[in-house]
Design a protein around this ligand. Structure first.
Ligand code: NAD
Length: 368
């Protein structure tokens, strides 16, 4: 593990993104989002993605100098075509649009298509909540990158289809309440993290092609590997996987119908993913006064925090820490630690970034 200062990592990521073809103004925005994910504890959506983006550029599915375009603008409803640009650039444009229009109309909906990889969806929820607006989104991958089986199956039929909600906290908390989660038991990146540490994964996370619990994360294979490798289980696992399956289907349909791009089943297996999304922002001040909303947030937070913490009742293998936190609090706490203490990067991630730097003829800040 190597720990690197967040600002130094952002400067290096900007250089690397420039090296793989992004103009400086785009590289800066994408680097801010990637390091923002690393700083909040989501290594799986941080700088480790740069080598994948390089491969996507080589295959023509990511266009590093492309600019997203608003192709439909009906006031409160808009459609943003990412045109294969960096997804973090596309997501930023969509979130800005949501904020402008929801402030004007009371609510706004944006469909996103050809978004490549929108990254950590919580970033857009935080952006919208920072304007005291509520946020909801559904995401799909345009039929590519399928890694999740429906309940009762071993066959890959969905991506990890994140569902994200954000509620502003009206100065009652130092962070917005943001639930940002894959609709699988865990995000695909969590398996990579376990594999890098040489750890087994809990049998509840994934199922092997033979139907037995998969405990070796290496058996999951590559992101684009075919379905013989087994699959992640839907959220709810062997107890309530029907709920995760239903959520994934709804995410596919909201993102596919209202955002755009093919849904799972409309592309050949093993195709590259490209995010489509449906994003909604609602102004709570149009429904009731700010003070009432603030008191509701405060009451609920106090109520939840007052629950006992029983030593025999685990929060869950995939949660941060062993205590119950509020949605978005894990990201807030991790950001506080890493802003001063630096960002830990697994050796494998450092090696892959050094490889890209070397191939692009760039210096790197690591000692290897
Ligand atoms: P996660 O399991 O790390 O966190 C899910 C939610 O649980 C978060 O809101 C977090 O604040 C909360 N949480 C964490 N620890 C907690 C605790 N101890 N108590 C209470 N709440 C806690 O998230 P995930 O499902 O692994 O998803 C990771 C990221 O991957 C997300 O940012 C998501 O947007 C992103 N993602 C993106 C795509 C894409 O295609 N763009 C696909 C899948 C996932």
């Amino acid at each position: 593990m190597t720990t690197i200062d967040a600002e130094a990592l952002e400067a290096f990521a900007t250089e690397l993104l420039g090296g793989i073809g992004a103009p400086e103004s785009i590289a800066e925005k994408v680097a801010t989002s990637l390091v923002g994910a690393d700083v909040r504890g989501h290594t799986s959506h941080g700088v480790l993605r740069i080598p994948t983006y390089r491969a996507m550029i080589a295959d023509g599915v990511l266009v590093p100098d492309a600019t997203p375009e608003c192709v439909t603008d009906l006031g409160a409803i808009a459609v943003v075509d990412g045109r294969g640009a960096f997804g973090q650039f596309v997501g930023r444009m969509a979130a800005d649009h949501l904020c402008d229009r929801a402030s004007e109309h009371g609510l706004a909906a944006v469909g996103v298509r050809n978004g490549t990889h929108l990254g950590r969806m919580g970033e857009w929820a935080e952006r919208v909540a920072s304007e005291e607006l509520c946020y909801l989104s559904f995401v799909h991958t345009s039929g590519g990158g399928l890694v999740v089986a429906p309940a009762g199956s071993t066959t890959r039929r969905f991506s990890t289809n994140p569902v994200t909600c954000g509620v502003p906290t009206f100065d009652r908390l130092p962070f917005p309440l943001v639930l940002d989660m894959a609709t699988s038991q865990v995000a695909h990146g969590k398996l990579d993290a376990y594999e890098a540490d040489g750890r087994s994964i809990p049998g509840e996370w994934a199922v092997g092609g033979d139907g037995d619990p998969m405990t070796d994360p290496g058996e999951m294979g590559e992101f684009r590997a075919d379905e013989r490798w087994g699959a992640l289980r839907p959220l709810g696992g062997t107890t309530a996987g029907h709920k995760g399956t239903g959520l994934a289907m709804m995410a596919e349909l909201f993102a596919g119908i209202l955002g755009g791009g093919p849904v799972a089943g409309q592309r050949e297996p093993g195709a590259w993913f490209s995010n489509g999304a449906f994003m909604l922002a609602v102004d709570p001040a149009q429904f009731d006064d700010r003070g009432t909303a603030a008191r509701k947030v405060e009451a609920l937070v106090e109520h939840v925090r007052a629950a006992d913490s029983h030593p025999d009742v685990p929060v869950g293998d995939a949660a941060r820490d062993e205590e119950l936190l509020l949605p978005g609090e894990a990201e807030y706490l991790t950001r506080r630690e890493r802003t001063d203490g630096g960002v830990p990067l697994p050796d494998r991630v450092v090696d892959s970034l050094v490889d890209v730097a070397t191939e692009c003829g760039l210096d790197h800040p690591f000692t290897v």
